[in-house]
Design a protein around this ligand. Sequence first.
Ligand code: ATP
Ligand code: MG
Length: 228
Amino acid sequence: MGKALFITGTGTDVGKTYVTALIVKKLREAGLSSGYYKAALSGAVPAADGTLQPGDALYVNRVAKLGESAGDLVSYVYEDAVSPHLAAKLCQQPIDFARVREDFACAKERCDYLTMEGSGGIICPLRWDATQHVVLDDLVKELDLGVLVVADAGLGTINSTVLTIEHLRRREIPVRGVIFNRYVSGDRMQEDNAAMIEQLTGVKVLACVKEGDQDLDIADEVLHRLYR
Ligand SMILES: Nc1ncnc2c1ncn2[C@@H]1O[C@H](COP(=O)(O)OP(=O)(O)OP(=O)(O)O)[C@@H](O)[C@H]1O
Ligand SMILES: [Mg+2]
């Protein structure tokens, strides 16, 4: 049974998939068996034959050269670019969490280091109907995962990152670290953002990813320790 890490972000489009691909790739380059899983993806683009393309999984599969069938890396793929709970409602395909638990367990069996990407930010409703109310943080807790927070390095990140960490702590979900994305070296404000997040939360900014980076600048042992 492999170890796992959950990747959340301070919001949608913050760069979770971009950073996840660099992480999965770095683990593989260190000779480790590294895998990817996402429970629910919305905003999928249909291919010519009408099948929905799981964009995030395709991207990580390609960048990290996983050689997997992308369809095996995501449990639910929705076309509407809205929160999974609403996308599921619109196509009447609600998430069955027994299936997610099973797919997650299979993904964890197939590799030693599984990186699971979330949808949106940590408060992302996955199912909200007459029978069940499930938000992403409920799933992270149920799967017993520690979390890495991907945050934009720019203006506003102190607020969104600290709120994300405080929420995770309130839910008693372990926070393993923060990675800054779209970081600009030498930017005085961005350097201060990292220092302020560390002082306000005690959580370390473990790496900074710049626009177009092809590799993650983080020590192997620091990265490996994030997985439990
Ligand atoms: N450091 C970067 N350099 C270049 N492009 C980036 C970088 N970070 C993110 N992007 C691009 O920005 C877009 C959004 O990033 P990404 O898809 O990783 O966000 P996300 O948080 O995974 O979004 P979602 O909530 O939809 O899963 C993508 O087109 C991605 O390739
Ligand atoms: Mg993504």
